[in-house]
Design a protein around this ligand. Structure first.
Ligand SMILES: Nc1ncnc2c1ncn2[C@@H]1O[C@H](COP(=O)(O)OP(=O)(O)OP(=O)(O)O)[C@@H](O)[C@H]1O
Ligand SMILES: [Mg+2]
Length: 451
């Protein structure tokens, strides 16, 4: 591993890769061929130094972001919906048209913000966090220009089309970030009027063209594996369970020093059976225990459950049970109740079948090469869920019983970037995508490609 001086000397190559996931945003910087995660979570005062919730909240004439948005949503009486899934906007068939639509009234009742405005403001917020994180990492103190940007995308859009539209958004976000500065990370956020004025100004300004490219998420994952795994294996299936989607991509490592990866296109799949779906099952199971028939209690409890359900899921899998109390109500759920529920069982069998299809495609290639062993790499926050490794094993058996499958959690036994906070290890499956996205060699398949 090169020392920090080497990192600084090649500063001109620096680029930052953003992964604004459905649940959490992450960012990494690449300098001199090495990638380092950025502590944007610490910059945001988030629970984890490397993760910040992808949330924006509009209330009381103000817009807040990240953990502050979540905190305000949890105490707000307005019942407003804080969650804005940027991924849903980006997944639209006609991206340009989707961006011009107004944000849902349940999020912004003032009707001030279009989807593109929300995305620009959120990117501007992330830009502030990135700047703070870059300054707070001693290894990057003299890093020089770090304006170049990439973002990871689960969408197989053509390089040119997606990046032209996104490039403009990144440019406007940089202008808004410079204009609003620390207001974006202030506990009270920024007033809607002030934000609107900054957005209007940015829309007519000339941009710097910071965006280098989008990177297909599975390719980013594979690039991280090739760069950080101690002994990368030849055939691999990336099984990335995030909050919004679970994505599969298969690769063959062609060997050599440059870690060339060739994608096994038949293994590529994306489905909505991810963390949010489990959250929905959990929230419904808890809601079914509510005895009160009062409409207002029901809607208050439902909203509170939705706002806390990610924590409940974590508790449920770690401690075997979770509990909600509020509005004069106490609700408990045990892990075995979740596992025994018909909706969860259906979820597991549907996801197993989907994963089996991808395993099969990788296995065909592995057997053709007389190398009947494949590695299934669990990535994303879902890698923390205890049922996922056995599910992957079951999928391997279902997909091709003659192939030996090794299930690995992203980051186990990997070489972590030198001098980075040791808490990275616990979120490596989530942060790896931005690390790999910062590193990915785009001439060798890092681009999101046409689907
Ligand atoms: N320790 C944990 N235990 C249980 N679930 C977890 C844990 N950590 C993260 N998760 C879950 O993982 C998901 C977030 O993972 P990740 O950060 O990979 O998603 P994302 O990138 O935001 O989503 P997507 O890629 O779908 O847009 C959430 O559903 C979250 O609840
Ligand atoms: Mg993700």
């Amino acid at each position: 591993m090169a020392d920090d001086r080497a990192i600084i000397n090649a500063a001109s190559e620096a680029r930052v890769c953003l992964d604004f996931g459905t649940a959490f945003s992450k960012a990494s910087v690449r300098i001199a061929g090495l990638a380092r995660p950025l502590a944007i979570g610490a910059a945001a005062n988030s629970d984890h130094p490397f993760l910040t919730p992808s949330v924006m909240f509009v209330d009381d004439g103000r817009i807040t972001f990240g953990p502050m948005a979540l905190a305000r949503a949890q105490i707000a009486v307005s019942g407003r919906d804080p969650i804005l899934s940027f991924k849903t906007i980006l997944a639209a068939r006609d991206l340009e048209q989707a961006l011009t639509l107004k944000v849902k009234p349940s999020i912004d009742p003032t009707g001030t913000l279009r989807q593109r405005d929300a995305l620009i403001l959120y990117l501007a917020y992330l830009d502030q966090l990135i700047r703070t994180a870059l300054h707070s990492d001693p290894a990057l103190a003299d890093a020089g220009p770090t304006e170049r940007r990439r973002y990871t995308s689960p969408i197989w859009r053509t390089h040119v089309e997606g990046d032209r539209v996104m490039g403009r958004l990144f440019d406007e976000a940089a202008i808004v970030s410079a204009d609003l500065g620390a207001l974006l990370t202030a506990p009270n956020g920024v007033s809607i009027a002030h934000a609107r004025a900054a957005l209007d100004k940015a829309e007519t300004a000339l941009g710097l063209g910071q965006l280098e490219s989008g990177v297909f998420e599975a390719h980013a994952a594979a690039a991280a594996y090739a760069a950080f795994a101690q002994a990368p294996k030849r055939f691999l299936l990336v099984f990335d369970m995030g909050a919004g989607t679970t994505d599969f991509a298969g690769f063959e490592r062609l060997g050599g020093d440059d870690q060339l990866l060739s994608e096994i296109a038949e293994a590529r799949q994306s489905c909505g059976l991810a963390g949010d779906e489990i959250d929905d099952i959990i929230a419904h199971l808890m809601m079914a225990k509510l005895k009160s028939k009062q409409r207002d209690v029901q809607s208050d409890v439902w909203r509170a459950l939705r706002l806390h359900v990610r924590d409940f899921k974590k508790e449920l899998f770690e401690a075997g049970r979770c509990a909600f109390s509020g509005y004069g109500v106490k609700l408990q759920l045990k892990r075995r109740e979740l596992l025994a529920s018909s909706r969860f069982k259906d979820y597991v069998s549907a996801l197993t079948a989907i994963a089996a299809t991808s395993v099969k495609a990788v296995a065909v290639r592995a057997r053709a090469a007389s190398s009947p062993e494949i590695t299934i790499l669990l990535a994303g926050g879902g890698a923390n869920l205890s049922f996922l490794a056995p599910l992957a094993q079951a999928a391997a058996k279902q997909g091709d019983p003659s192939v030996a499958a090794v299930v690995e959690r992203f980051g186990i036994d990997w070489r972590l970037p030198a001098g980075v906070d040791s808490r990275l290890a616990s979120v490596m499956p989530q942060v790896a995508i931005s690390l790999g996205g910062a590193l990915a060699d785009l001439d060798r398949g890092g681009h999101p490609v046409a689907g």
